[in-house]
Design a protein around this ligand. Structure first.
Ligand code: PEP
Ligand code: MG
Length: 760
């Protein structure tokens, strides 16, 4: 029951069209469900969140004087509400007026109420506001009531921010208070760019439909009419089919649907919205929300559940609308892809040269989309979970991939500053381009081999532009992901041949399939509770030797006459897996020899990205020709931090001393076995990371093409001796932020501050 009530209130708040609507839904819902006389919500103004001298403003109330809304402003050191915020903890009192922190506020109408319960509204450790209930009697609220309010407050934080941002972006720019700072995610790919937002959204998801101005209402109405007729037809067919299998009673749902579909009130609302300038899918979205919320507000359980039917009907109409409309997308010349979850396929669908930036609500800097963004040299902001997507389509955005911030139509001084940054970026790009033919040699003569990470063929050109020595990591799962079935041996041979030929005689490291985790194959669904600890990479391909053998044979066929292939094995957690994989590779070689295709010796490498592999480094290294450290996964598994989870993104730190210690141990193991050690995780492409890796004794670095010039610049500037000293100091640090400060200091000292702008 409690859960049901919580869900209902959170749902209503989520569907509110603006902040006031959301706050009113909160106070109403709380007062009714706790059966108390007063329920109020106070919020800290956005620009003051996290400040010691922040204030709390009464934003909505049921039970106190309405005229006090917006007028009552308390400091954090004032009153019981301030105390709740200061302590970031609930306070439950039987008589508020006897508490030393009680503050009497005139004209608010609080006098008759004694019992007080306040709960902080917290988002990622910051107090956004306080939720308060009050009652006449002198009594303490029960444990159940306290936990209800605390749970509700915790769940509301994100919806409140969303409502606030959603409202803010619709206001004229001059009235947007500190909005820009609010659109925050985490840095996904370095750079600053401006462009036009293209919101990508899952099909048939009403809540994901963005606002869009319609230019031809008559055409939108025609589409809506066609969709309505198509759904009517579809329902009639469904009913017909069902009536033969179930009773009439069960068919009643279809009748209810048909009734709603014929109801003019539903369509009048849509028509009104379309005539006011909204396109049909968003007019449908808002009208369905409006109707569903009427049902949701009903006391009767049965009627309340009808809200689901309304939404179901809305989804059906939307499906048809999308049919009618087709999903042809026009991409503006500088498109910024924006969405709850941007996928590799979304990226692939943008015509070449038109992708200017990426903003994703989900994911973090080590998600695969972020890696691709870096490969393409496009700035990306990840984990912007509160971004009001539906309001952003076609708006002008600035994406700051250094700091992980998005700006919507910035004006004034901010705009001037951002324009300057974009210009500087272009200049930096041009400057870095001049490094193309320069070797990556430190001022004291140490040569560092720099390679690129690739996945989509589109990556090849930029790699060549930056003067890479070869491919250090080809993620072969990417060509598998953009298809709709497993590519056959011939097709794979063609794909790999293209990559090998583009770089020959320079080496190209092809990694065997690493699907699972966050890299699903649509045509090979895997459902697991813990995908990153599940059937992923080598584990999956060893269970499907036919997939592995086909792939390895295709790689070896592609290598004939070129001889630059190296094979890399992902997600090895122990010698058993490695021996098995090596056995299969030998089998593939013998099979090809039977066809008289005896390739040259192919060097085999193993990825060190699972902590157990670090502790078995000697046993692994002696079996293979080279080691490649996957710092993305090594960090996630060593620190137990999901690399894609925006909530724990601040904990995901590849410069954590524990990660550096593991890398130092891997380097030592490689040296004992005379196996070269490279790093192909994202740490290699981070100027700070590359610096410390150089000092730790890594032989080569492989990174996105977009990152390579920056890293080359670092290598050509900082002497190896200094890097070694920094690595020693970094290993002695106890915290990641100390390591970061140390390396940042050194980078700046060498005049390279512009490369690490986001670390300000
Ligand atoms: C890594 O884990 O560091 C790595 C390079 O592989 P991926 O990011 O593809 O998992
Ligand atoms: Mg990995």
């Amino acid at each position: 029951m409690i859960l049901e009530t919580l869900r209902r209130i959170v749902g209503e708040v989520g569907r509110a069209r603006d902040l006031n609507g959301a706050l009113e839904a909160i106070v109403r819902g709380v007062r009714d469900s706790l059966d108390v006389a007063v329920s109020s919500v106070y919020l800290v103004p956005r620009s003051q969140i996290g400040e010691r001298d922040a204030s709390l403003v009464l934003m909505a109330t049921e039970g106190l004087s309405r005229s006090a809304v917006g007028r009552v402003v308390l400091g954090l050191d004032e009153g019981l509400v301030g105390l709740v915020a200061q302590r970031a903890e609930a306070i439950n009192l039987d008589d508020a007026s006897t508490h030393p922190r009680y503050k009497h506020i005139a004209d608010i109408g609080e006098e008759p109420y004694h019992a007080f319960l306040g709960a902080p509204i917290l988002l990622r450790g910051e107090v956004l506001g306080v939720l308060v209930v009050q009652d006449r009697a002198q009594r303490r609220f029960s444990d159940d009531q306290v936990s209800f309010l605390v749970t509700l407050a915790a769940q509301l934080a994100s919806s409140i921010i969303q409502a606030e941002l959603s409202e803010a972006v619709t206001q004229p720019p001059a009235e947007r208070v500190a909005l820009e700072d609010a659109l925050r995610g985490v840095p996904g790919s370095a750079g600053v760019a401006s462009g036009e937002a293209v919101v990508v959204y899952p099909q048939a998801d009403l809540d994901a439909v963005p606002d869009r101005v319609c230019t031809d209402p008559a055409d939108e109405l025609r589409q809506l009419k066609a969709a309505r007729a198509a759904v009517r037809q579809e329902l009639a067919t469904l009913r017909q089919g069902m009536s033969q299998r179930v009773s009439n009673e069960e068919c009643a749902l279809f009748d209810a649907f048909a009734m709603m579909l014929n109801s003019e009130s539903l369509f009048v609302g849509m028509e009104r919205r379309i005539r006011a300038g909204q396109w049909a899918p968003a007019a449908l979205r808002d009208t369905i929300r409006e109707h569903a919320s009427v049902f949701e507000g009903m006391d009767d359980d049965y009627l309340r559940q009808r809200a689901e039917d309304v939404r179901d009907l809305g989804t059906r109409i939307l499906e048809r609308l999308q049919d009618v409309e087709g999903v042809v997308r026009e991409y503006p010349p500088r498109a910024i892809l924006v969405g709850r979850e941007i996928t590799v396929t979304h990226l692939a669908s943008v015509p070449e040269g038109r992708l200017a930036g990426i903003v994703s609500a989900r994911g973090s800097s080590s998600s695969h989309v972020a890696l691709l963004a870096r490969a393409l040299g496009v700035p990306a902001v990840m984990g912007a979970s509160e971004l009001p997507f539906e309001r952003l389509d076609r708006r002008e955005l600035f994406v700051d991939g250094y700091r992980g911030v998005v700006h919507v139509e910035p004006r004034g001084a901010l705009r001037i500053e951002l324009d300057r940054l974009v210009r500087e970026e272009a200049q930096l790009g041009a400057e870095l381009a001049t490094l193309r033919d320069q070797p990556a040699v430190t001022p004291d003569g140490e040569r560092v081999h720099l390679y690129v990470n690739v996945g989509l063929l589109a990556d090849m050109a930029p790699a060549d532009k930056v003067g890479a020595e070869g491919i250090g990591l080809y993620r072969t799962e990417i060509p598998f992901q953009v298809r709709d079935n497993f590519p056959g041996e011939d097709e794979q041979t063609r794909i790999y041949r293209e990559a090998l030929a583009a770089y020959a005689p320079r080496p190209a490291v092809l990694r065997t399939l690493d699907v699972g985790g966050d890299k699903p194959l649509g045509y090979f669904p895997i459902v697991e509770d813990n995908p990153f600890l599940g059937w992923r990479g080598m584990r999956l391909t060893l269970d499907h030797p036919e997939i592995f053998l086909t792939q390895v044979r295709a790689m070896m066929r592609a290598n004939v006459g070129l001889g630059n292939l190296r094979i890399l094995l992902p997600m090895i957690s122990g010698v058993g897996e490695l021996d098995e994989a090596l056995g299969l590779i030998e089998r593939a070689r013998l099979e090809l020899r039977d066809e008289s295709l005896d390739g040259v010796h192919v060097p085999i490498g193993v990825m060190i990205e699972v902590p157990s592999a670090v502790y078995q480094i000697d046993a692994l290294a002696k079996r293979v020709d080279f080691l490649s450290v996957g710092t993305n996964d090594l960090t996630q598994y060593l620190l137990a931090v999901d690399r894609n989870n925006a909530r724990v993104a601040p904990l995901y730190d590849s410069l954590h001393p524990a990660v550096l210690r593991a890398i130092a141990d891997i380097v030592a193991g490689g040296q004992r076995a005379h196996s070269p050690v490279s790093v192909c995780g994202e740490l290699a492409g981070d100027p700070l990371g590359a610096l410390v890796l150089l000092g730790l004794g890594i032989d080569s670095l492989s990174m996105s093409a977009g990152s390579l010039p920056r890293v080359k610049r670092v290598i050509r500037t900082v002497p190896l001796e200094r890097a070694r000293e920094l690595a020693r100091q970094a290993l002695a640090c106890e915290r990641g932020d100390e390591v970061r400060a140390l390396l940042r200091g050194a980078i700046k000292e060498y005049g390279l501050g512009g490369l690490v702008r986001g670390d300000e």
